[in-house]
Design a protein around this ligand. Sequence first.
Ligand SMILES: O=C(O)CCC(=O)C(=O)O
Ligand SMILES: [Fe+2]
Length: 358
Amino acid sequence: MSSLAETYRNYYINPHHIIPLDFDTLQGVPDSHTWPQSDDLSTLDLGSNDESTTSVIPIIDFSDPNVSKLIGHACETWGAFQLINHNIPSSLIESAESEARKLFSLPTSEKRKALCLPSEVTGYGLVRLSQFFSQLLWQEGFTVMGSPVDHAKKLWPDDYERFCDVMVDFQEKLRALSDQLMLLILDYLGIPKEEMKWLGSNSGPERAIAALRMNSYPPCPDPTRTIGIAPHTDTYFLTILHQTSKPTRGLQIHRDGFGWVSVNPVHGALVVNVGDLLHIVSNGRFHSVLHRAVVNKTHHRLSLAYVYGPPMTYQLVPSLAKRDDDDPPVYPSLKAKDYVTTKEKHFTGTLSVLKLQG
Ligand SMILES: O=C(O)CCC(=O)C(=O)O
Ligand SMILES: [Fe+2]
């Protein structure tokens, strides 16, 4: 049993917030999925065939000699960037996307055979943050941690191996990339890598926790009335995300002074987001980016989000990331699992609850 599952075990989620809408029999947007109209959703041209592939957030080449500085700067400003030349083969990413599409194309009754249990983390269901909102999301997801064989056997009793092999291979490559990114980030922040001895370890309890969440957003008859994933920050160190090339509008991030900005898919790029635990470890220097996913009328959008963080027992020590000796800690030192359980109560307010008064 993973310690992430143990950490969440006491936080039982009402099945109402787990079971996605039956998109097979859908007529319109039901009241349960209707969100208050907000100006920023309705002014977007969500059904458009906008082919723009420019990126507002930085595009960083992983082979650039200055990569550590470029990443550090992007994390301090946007809290997100798009990474190219990351060494994850495009054939593997395409296979992962097509296996995920195969899963979400199953009839609803089949997908529900692999439903995530209320006290578990893996399986089919709405994204976990659904529990914090009274309205439901135009979304369905499937989370795996390591081999998804138990759930895959329920979906395809005689034909589960390819799905499992692709998902395991994809997670291994994403773990190696995340470890590399963390080493560059530690270097930028001046934190000795010995502080995170578990980096690069492939087994045992002292290993980074990680999960791959596949998100599916079926086309929606009225995209301005609902939302795919409501605004949130990710909890762990980093999220590495692959999104389908169409539609161009889906993932949006928020930055003060800019408002909501679309993260357009860039061919071959993976989106990297800073999460709350990295914000804490950086002593507030890195921006834990607020983001959301909007839906559209014509395309069935998918995203594959790999969330990665320290072992749950890891003690976060913000005071290590000092710009200079006078830089006081902005957060107390605390264990990763204590942050995770506090977020189960306070959701997006957690960082301000913990912030030291200075
Ligand atoms: O689908 C997306 O682009 C966003 C997904 C996301 O924010 C998440 O899974 O945490
Ligand atoms: Fe997210």
